[in-house]
Design a protein around this ligand. Structure first.
Ligand code: NAD
Length: 305
């Protein structure tokens, strides 16, 4: 197809690419000319009789599928917590890195009351520490070549909260602050960083969703948006996107116009109670995207008569 979106000579690292969404990303980018690093430690699905530890070289299977189809890919079996080793595989194999898709993920669902430190720590380690380790290792290459794309994977659980997922939700919301900051730090080097909250049938969701839902939620329907976000023609950065079953949307922050009070002794709990309706009224809302917005509001409050 003449107008096919392509990634020739681009080197794309995808973490957790042995299954689910990551596997579909890997196959897509390789089919469109990219050289792909397929990272996966091959963890089994954590559950009643499984411990979530590495058990197979699923990365090899994905690499085999790609090379059999005429594409270029290499496997990497490191945990994302050793993200520098994953980026090293890209540099050693292909001499560069253009795109990093932080996709690896696990669940340890449990209500807060029953959550152990281990349930919390492993989720933070894989999602938060892992995303930082890969991004930090890729950053100098992106900076030097004045080009780089990062996708960090969040979840509707992170954006909105979800029963039994306090650990996962916290780690997934962390992706938002992390990515928004990377987007700001990367702006002058043409490094674009976005957040994706996907929905797709995978072993991660098979215990949560009904079979009919699994049917329409193919990971393939998430891939096209990621394909566009990391393409060199796309300048989007610092944004949050949702993609699932053919629905694509962007999410942003909203701040109510609010209530401004002078920062002096007149600012009491009674004053706030009287003006609570104004604080929660979104009829004249704004869409802030930086800490400077808040400073402007503080200056206005200080200038009140
Ligand atoms: P999946 O379980 O099918 O695939 C995740 C892969 O990550 C697995 O192959 C696993 O071995 C690998 N992995 C786990 N820990 C790793 C580590 N420490 N280092 C390297 N690899 C590791 O899951 P999926 O549904 O494809 O999820 C992909 C991403 O999307 C995850 O970050 C997940 O939290 C997120 N997500 C998925 C959904 C969904 O509906 N499937 C919804 C919201 C968010």
């Amino acid at each position: 197809m003449a107008d096919q979106i392509r990634y020739d000579d681009q080197v794309i690292v995808i973490t957790g690419a042995g299954n689910g969404l990551g596997k579909q990303y890997a196959k897509f980018f390789a089919s469109r000319g990219a050289k792909v690093v397929v990272n996966d430690l091959g963890g089994n699905a954590f559950g009643k009789d499984k411990d979530g530890k590495g058990e197979s070289k699923v990365a090899d299977q994905v690499v085999k599928e790609i090379t059999n189809a005429g594409g270029v890919a290499v496997p990497n079996y490191d945990a994302v917590q050793n993200g520098d080793k994953i980026i090293k595989t890209a540099i050693d194999s292909f001499g560069r890195i253009d795109v990093l898709i932080n996709n690896a993920g696990i669940l340890r669902d449990v209500t807060l009351r029953n959550m152990t430190d281990a349930d919390w720590d492993i989720i933070m380690d894989v999602h938060v520490h892992g995303a930082m380790k890969t991004a930090r290792a890729a950053w100098p290459f992106f900076k030097k070549q004045k080009h780089g794309k990062v996708i960090n994977t969040s979840s509707s659980s992170g954006l909105f909260g979800n029963f039994g997922q306090a650990n996962y939700a916290a780690a997934k919301m962390a992706q938002v602050g992390f990515t928004e900051t990377l987007a700001k730090e990367g702006a002058k080097y043409n490094i674009h960083c976005n957040v994706l909250a996907p929905g797709a049938a995978s072993r991660l969701t098979q215990t949560v969703w009904a079979p009919e839902m699994m049917e329409v939620m193919k990971p393939d329907w998430v891939v096209p948006l990621v394909g566009v976000l990391v393409h060199s023609s796309c300048n989007e950065s610092g944004s949050i996107f949702e993609a699932a079953a053919g629905h694509f949307s962007k999410i942003r922050w909203e701040r109510s116009k609010g209530f401004l009070a002078r920062p002096d002794d007149s600012l009491t709990a009674d004053l706030i109670l009287r003006n609570h309706d104004k604080i929660v009224d979104f009829s004249e809302a704004e869409h802030p995207n930086g800490t400077a917005d808040m400073i402007t509001l503080l200056e206005k409050a200080m200038a009140l008569p």
